[in-house]
Design a protein around this ligand. Structure first.
Ligand code: MN3
Length: 250
């Protein structure tokens, strides 16, 4: 009987020890360090101009609006994800790609015009950096801007009217398949609507029309899915309303 009781105590003590160890392990896993909640993302959300690269010749351009200024066209979370994650990623990778090479001294336009399209790391990240710079610069919180007189004249000549340009641009952007961009391009004295895949753009040698991009819409799902889900047409039409035409220049 005494032996049985000893065994019972031993079993009880062992169970208690195991239980304590389990509890201890659980406690260690379940109580996170408070510092993980103080992330850079939280501070970036309050100020897009606080988003910086890790160094190198190509800096983040900043935004002329706050993250929550474009809603309901784009939600604050949508813009933050796009600018402080995707765009920043392209900028950091571009700086990595050009670091210690003669490209460090070139402008982004020179790099794009001359790049070897077989160099996919440089092609994707130089393109991604330039494309997003133009995208943000030509967007505005306001919805009433108009093209300047010189551009208006060309738009009327080449598309019929501003409304007809918007209709053609919207059709091209809505019908575009996959990830890429649709552009308004100035080439050899004429305006064109041009599409490119992935992060390519009309400065590159492989573009169907090579010229100067005046504005471009990002048709990757990351650009609009957080706000518009699969309704790309709604995103495209609101994009056209939020164009900052004072930054769209020849
Ligand atoms: Mn994008």
């Amino acid at each position: 009987m005494k032996k049985n009781r000893s065994l019972l105590y031993l079993a009880f003590a062992t169970a208690l020890l195991v239980s304590c160890q389990e509890k201890k392990e659980l406690q260690e896993v379940q109580i996170p360090d408070a510092s993980i909640f103080k992330t850079d993302e939280a501070s970036n959300l309050s100020d897009p101009n606080g988003v910086k690269t890790n160094g190198g010749p190509f800096a983040m351009p900043g935004l002329s609006f706050q993250y929550n200024d474009l809603a309901p066209f784009l939600s604050a979370e949508n813009i933050e994800l796009h600018y402080a994650k995707h765009h920043l990623g392209y900028a950091n990778n571009l700086n990595k790609a050009v670091g210690g090479t003669p490209l460090e001294k070139q402008t982004i336009e020179q790099i794009l015009a001359e790049l070897d399209v077989e160099n996919s790391f440089l092609r994707n990240n130089a393109g991604g950096y330039y494309n997003h710079n133009l995208y943000w610069r030509t967007l505005s919180a306001k919805t009433a801007s108009k093209p300047n007189a010189e551009l208006s004249q060309l738009i009327n000549r080449d598309f019929g009217s501003l409304d007809q340009f918007k209709q053609k641009f919207s059709n091209a952007a809505t019908a575009f398949f996959g990830s890429g961009w649709v552009w308004l391009v100035y080439s050899q004295g004429k305006l064109h609507i041009v599409s490119t895949q992935n992060q390519d753009n009309p400065l590159m040698k492989n573009s169907s029309v090579i010229g100067t991009p005046l504005l471009g819409i990002d048709l990757w799902e990351h650009a609009y899915y957080p706000t518009h889900k699969n309704n790309r047409k709604e995103y495209v039409n609101q994009y056209l309303m939020h164009l900052n035409w004072s930054e769209v220049t020849l």
